[in-house]
Each structure stands twice: as structure tokens, then as C-alpha cells.
Design a protein around this ligand. Structure first.
Ligand SMILES: [Mn+2]
Length: 330
């Protein structure tokens, strides 16, 4: 219901450019309202094709048994926080797994998924930008900074794209979004899942935010896709400037520091919003009050990390449970 131009049937050799038939990607998926105290949310950091570790993690959560995902879609929602493809050995298995269990497994796209899609749709850089999102037609160019550098697909992206194929990749592009939002109605909290990061006020409407636009917060801002999937740093004085490296922006500061700074003062007047993200393996597991970085470098022999939210009736609030499995270096 949400996508135009869905591909049906097996892909034929393209007579017209493939991107003409490719789904428009949802920038933000429909909000999931969690009202049932037994409903749990599980967020998983960058899997990067490490299928065995993903299964091991789900087994330890009692969501996988005898070769099947047994998580009840009415009781648990699993979200992969992007970069689930590339680098590791089993990107195809991961893609198949997500598509088999769409009711239980949600996903946000990371910079690597975007590049896999680009490598398939735009192999010779003939088109300016072939991916379309519900909030923008392309994320180019920013006058100050040349993103082509970042989003030029590499060999590893072509290889994965070829292996998974156009049909499954278009299904994935349809199923995943760039941002997911969960409203925990029992505790009046909001959770966002996104691969790279967000800034205060993003995707939040005027009436949801208490401080009425003080603290330089731009209410309801819709960030650029490139920021959502790739930023690590932001210009502290101008949040529209973001980059992957500190030198990419002036007054560069990690985005999550801006986010947590925002909550330092007067926090009772602000909505309780937490961002769950991946992308920053360099920092590793980074759990702060309102930002939860779950990329703990599985593909480099670190760990695969998950954070589960479950409602604690006695305390009347959600508690989080961190779980990690060790990854085998490839
Ligand atoms: Mn990433």
C-alpha cells in the first residue's frame, strides 16, 4: 500500500532503466504504537552478513528454535539497525531471512544497503541518483560537500547486489525504511531506530515537544537521507551540516552528544525520546541515557549486540536488557 511501482514477477533483462520500476523507499515507516505490556522490542546492531551470529543471538533470546524463528509477531518486534548486508559471509542468507519473516523483523537501511541498491541500479553512474525516497528524490548535492565520494559503490557492494538480485533487493527496499518510530504509550516514551543518527526535533511535531522551539531545536525537521544513513558528526551551530568525519563539518561534534546535551537541562519539559542506532563500530557499544549505539564491531571479530525493551509492570516503566554474542573474525 505504501509503494509505487512495485516489481512483480521475475526481473527481466532491463529494457528500460531498472530504477524506473524500483520502489520508492519510505523515509519513515508508519509509527508502531505499543500498548500491550507484554509486547517487547528487540533492536540489533550492525549484522554485516554474519548470519550465524544473528541466529545465535536470536536463539539466546528464545526467539529461534529448530531452524525456525518462533517469535510471536504480536509479542515481539525485531528491528535490524542497518548495515545488515556486506562485509560478512552471508548477506544473501540475511536478506532471505528478513523477507521470510517480514511480520517479525523490521529493518532500517544503512549506508551499505544504500550502496548495494545503487550499485545495482546505477552501475555506470549514468543517472544522477536513481533511488527515490518519500521525502526526497536524491541526496545530492550539498553545495559545501561532495557526497559522491561517500556513496560511490565499491566492488563489495556490486558483489552482494549481484548475489541477492534485483527482485529480492526491491522487496527489501519496500520492507525496510530509513527511520522507524515506536511510541511506548504505557510509559509515554518515543523510540527511534535509525542507522546513523538523528537530531533533537527531527520527525517530531510542534505539539509533541515541550520546549516550543527553544534551544535551537528545529521542530519537525526532516533530515537528509545521507545524514540518517551516514552521519557521525554535525556542525553544532548548524544542524543541517553533517558528515562522516570530523573534518567534513565546521564545529564538528558527535551527533549523539548534541542529543544528550539537549536533555541535560530542563529535561522534565521534554518528551522522552531515545535513538537506537548502529554505524559507529569505531566507538563500539555506546549506551547513553537517550542514545543507544549498538554497533559493537561484529564483522571485525567483536560482538553482535541487542537491546531489548520490555515493560516492567511493577515499576511502571520499560527496562532494557543488553545481550551480546561473540563474533568469529573472518
Ligand atoms: Mn554504517
Amino acid at each position: 500500500m505504501r509503494i509505487d511501482g512495485i516489481i512483480s514477477g521475475e526481473p527481466k533483462p532491463p529494457s528500460s532503466p531498472r530504477w524506473l520500476k524500483f520502489p520508492v523507499i519510505q523515509t519513515i515507516d508508519q509509527t508502531i504504537r505499543v500498548t500491550d505490556p507484554d509486547h517487547k522490542l528487540l533492536f540489533i546492531g550492525d549484522v554485516h552478513g554474519n548470519y550465524d551470529e544473528l541466529i545465535q543471538l536470536l536463539k539466546e533470546h528464545q526467539y529461534y528454535k529448530d531452524g525456525q524463528l518462533i517469535a510471536d509477531p504480536n509479542k515481539v518486534h525485531i528491528t535490524l539497525l542497518g548495515d545488515f548486508l556486506t562485509k560478512g559471509p552471508d548477506s544473501l542468507k540475511i536478506a532471505d531471512f528478513i523477507l521470510k519473516y517480514k511480520d517479525q523483523i523490521g529493518c532500517v537501511l544503512g549506508n551499505n544497503e544504500i550502496m548495494v541498491l545503487l550499485s545495482l541500479l546505477n552501475p555506470n553512474h549514468r543517472f544522477k541518483f536513481p533511488l527515490k525516497f518519500t521525502t526526497e528524490d536524491n541526496f545530492l548535492p550539498n553545495e559545501e560537500f561532495d557526497y559522491w565520494n561517500i556513496i560511490t559503490p565499491r566492488k563489495k557492494h556490486y558483489k552482494v547486489a549481484k548475489k541477492i538480485g534485483l527482485f529480492k533487493l526491491s522487496e527489501l527496499a519496500q520492507h525496510c525504511s530509513i527511520v522507524k518510530r515506536f511510541d511506548l504509550t504505557l510509559s509515554n516514551e518515543i523510540l527511534f531506530g535509525v542507522h546513523a543518527g538523528l537530531l533533537p526535533g527531527d520527525f517530531i511535531s510542534n505539539d509533541e515537544i515541550g520546549d516550543k522551539g527553544e534551544n535551537n531545536v528545529f521542530l519537525g525537521r526532516i533530515p537528509k537521507i545521507i545524514s540518517l544513513v551516514d552521519m557521525k558528526y554535525v556542525n553544532e551551530k548548524n544542524w543541517t551540516e553533517t558528515g562522516r568525519n570530523i573534518d567534513d563539518v565546521q564545529n564538528g561534534i558527535k551527533w549523539y552528544k548534541v542529543w544528550n546535551k539537549y536533555y541535560q537541562d530542563d529535561s522534565e519539559n521534554k518528551p522522552n525520546i531515545t535513538v537506537l542506532y548502529g554505524h559507529d563500530a569505531h566507538n563500539g557499544l555506546t549506551l547513553r541515557e537517550h542514545t543507544k549505539g549498538l554497533d559493537s564491531g561484529c564483522v571485525n571479530g567483536g560482538h553482535l549486540s541487542s537491546l531489548e525493551y520490555s515493560f516492567h509492570s511493577k515499576h511502571g516503566r520499560y527496562i532494557t536488557h543488553l545481550h551480546q554474542v561473540p563474533c568469529h573474525r573472518i
